[in-house]
Design a protein around this ligand. Structure first.
Ligand code: JFZ
Length: 589
């Protein structure tokens, strides 16, 4: 089974330009509302009295429910508490600039008035109402950009749609007929009846050919030239890229990215899923993604009555309250000039201003290594008139620029407090990974050079910052980095996997650095805490110690000497090879 590159990175193409930067509004927004709502909200994760694991909107597939049994759910769909104005107002109050609503998900049910298929919310339910028309009206009225989610590949209702093989024989399916009879005509309805649409958010391009993805793209752009197409149209034909769901990249990404995320562990409403993320986690995640050049599309799953779960409302309002103070450091902000993250927090950029986002109260004397540009003033975003003292020096041994801030009197307010650092010019920083004042050094994939002892490497660095196709012992990763404090350091190699999938471990790796060679088999010694581990566990293996006998620049190479490529590690979304995350060098106690 060939792993599907669902986060195929947007490929630069000679597309017919419309003469304006179509992504400008999307980059300015940085933060959007995702809405998964449909018939799956009725069973809400329970079928025949049994709780069904996995994400709620996949219930029909998980239980292989025949169309003849699932479609009659429509007769029960009559949401008495649906309130489009309240939902759009919630997005505005949360500080979001766009809204992506499911017009048709994998179950094939159209959540709008469709003349292409009677299997829609107006014709097939006792409600006889079009919620998409409500949202279109309210988005126009409240200034939120309306966008449509549309499942262009998976359709478990249409005989030719992908992945219902319990009602319809796979070999009898004719995907082109499904595109011709349903997908393209429904996209015509959606892009001609609800006014300007900001984007069509396509999904799971698991069986589509490049030509099919290209024909869908052409169809959208012909109907609305300014309408964006999301990365999951497939084959790199999107206007921006998406990693896997709930994925947080290890470092700054190149190009335009968006991470879509759940507030609990499901997209569609599940009555028994109460594992809500905290507002602090969500605000920190918004900062993390913005600092890495990624948008954040955060989901709500209304229940069968159209009500948005109260924990979702509370958390979105809490994020909105934080953005009312700190929004300038997020909306329209560019990523950090540093390609790696910091243990103390993150940096976002706007013109000649750097925003330091502290995840905890910083030390009174705070230092940062590597900023080359002259600082002109420092103040908290929430108290711009109180200026902090600062000094810029250079480390003698390595020539590393050091910025010292005297943050006496900084009032820290959890979960994130922002300090604005004004510069005399556009920010420039040291390119190499630098040891920072906390003395730890973290080497991440995006900053590695990929090399091989063979003619050509097969290992590649995914656009999302994770390694892909690491399946030979001839390929390697190599870093150059700067040590400011000589000494002995413990080495930990961190690998990862998507939380519902197997971890590819048991590989023997070799670390060469500072005239030492360390060899170990990757084992699940510990799972490192942190934002990323929730959905992509950071699995640590200790490799021993390195000694840096002087301050200066060093090279470290990581290579596999024996691989454990068990078939069982291959999944739909991962090639079963090593999924490298980072190497940590921490001063030995
Ligand atoms: C897809 C849908 O299947 C799901 O129902 C939801 O709509 C979500 C936003 O997108 O789920 C995915 C998509 C991609 C991956 C995993 C689940 N992936 O890349 O691993």
């Amino acid at each position: 089974m060939r792993a599907v590159d669902i986060s195929a990175v947007k490929r630069p193409t000679r597309r017919r330009a419309t003469g304006r930067d179509e992504l400008a509004w999307w980059r300015e927004a940085r933060f959007g509302l995702f809405i998964h709502w449909g018939l799956y909200a009725i069973p809400a994760g329970v079928w025949r009295g049994q709780r069904v694991p996995y994400i709620g909107e996949w219930l029909m597939f998980r239980e292989k429910i025949p169309v003849a049994t699932y479609a009659p759910l429509a007769a029960k769909f009559h949401p008495r508490h649906w309130d489009a104005a309240a939902i759009v107002r919630l997005a505005r109050e949360a500080g979001m600039g766009y809204l992506v609503v499911t017009t048709k998900h994998h179950d094939g049910f159209a959540m709008y008035r469709s003349t292409v298929s009677p299997y829609n919310v107006v014709d097939a339910t006792p409600w006889h109402h079009d919620p998409i028309a409500d949202l279109a009206r309210e988005c126009r009225r409240q200034g939120i950009r309306l966008c449509f989610y549309y499942s262009q590949d998976l359709d478990w209702h249409h005989p030719d749609g992908a992945w219902n093989t319990w009602d319809y024989a796979k070999e009898k399916k004719n995907p082109d007929r499904y595109l011709r009879e349903k997908v393209l005509p429904q996209l015509t309805e959606l892009l001609t009846r609800y006014g300007p649409v900001g984007m069509v958010w396509f999904d799971t391009p698991l069986t589509l050919t490049r030509d099919q993805s290209a024909s869908i793209r052409r169809h959208v752009k012909r109907l609305q030239p300014h309408c964006l197409v999301s990365g999951r149209i497939g084959h790199g034909l999107g206007d921006y890229s998406l990693p896997r769901d709930n994925f947080l990249p290890p470092g700054r990404l190149e190009g335009d990215w968006e991470t879509c995320a759940t507030l609990n562990h499901t997209w569609g409403f599940k009555k028994h899923d109460h594992e809500w993320k905290s507002a602090a986690n969500l605000i920190t995640t918004l900062v993390d993604l913005t600092s890495k050049g990624s948008n954040y599309l955060l989901n709500i799953g209304p229940d069968a009555d159209g009500r948005v779960p109260a924990p979702s409302v509370q958390r979105l309002r809490a994020i909105g309250a934080w953005l009312r103070v700190n929004g300038t450091a997020i909306h329209g902000a560019a990523p950090s000039p540093f390609r790696y993250e910091f243990p103390w927090g993150r940096i976002t950029t706007k013109g000649r201003t750097l925003y330091f986002h502290f995840f905890a109260k910083p030390p009174r004397l705070f230092r940062l290594h590597g900023l080359k540009t002259r600082v002109t003033s420092v103040a908290a975003l929430a108290a711009p008139r109180k200026k902090f003292l600062f000094r810029q020096t250079t480390a003698v041994a390595t020539g590393t620029p050091i910025l010292a801030l005297d943050l006496t009197g900084l009032r820290f307010s959890a979960p994130v407090t922002v300090v604005a650092v004004q510069l005399a010019g556009p920010p420039t920083v040291e390119a190499l990974t630098l040891q920072q004042p906390d003395r730890a050094i973290t080497l991440i994939g995006p900053l590695a050079r990929v090399g091989t002892d063979a003619k050509a490497a097969t290992l590649r660095m995914g656009g999302n910052g994770l390694t892909e196709n690491w399946r030979t012992t001839s390929d390697w990763l190599q870093w150059r980095f700067t040590v400011l404090q000589p000494g002995t350091y413990d080495v930990t190699v961190v690998t990862t996997h998507q939380h519902l999938e197997p971890w590819s471990g048991g590989h023997t790796l070799r670390v060469d650095c500072a005239d030492r060679t360390l060899r170990r088999k990757t084992t699940r010694e510990a799972i490192l805490p942190g934002l990323r581990s929730a959905y992509f566990p950071q699995i640590a293996t200790r490799f021993g110690r390195l000694v840096f006998d002087r301050a200066g620049t060093f090279t470290l190479r990581l290579q596999a000497t024996r691989l454990n490529l068990a078939k069982k590690n291959k999944t739909l979304f991962s090639d079963g090879g090593i999924q490298f995350s980072e190497i940590r060098l921490v001063p030995s106690r």
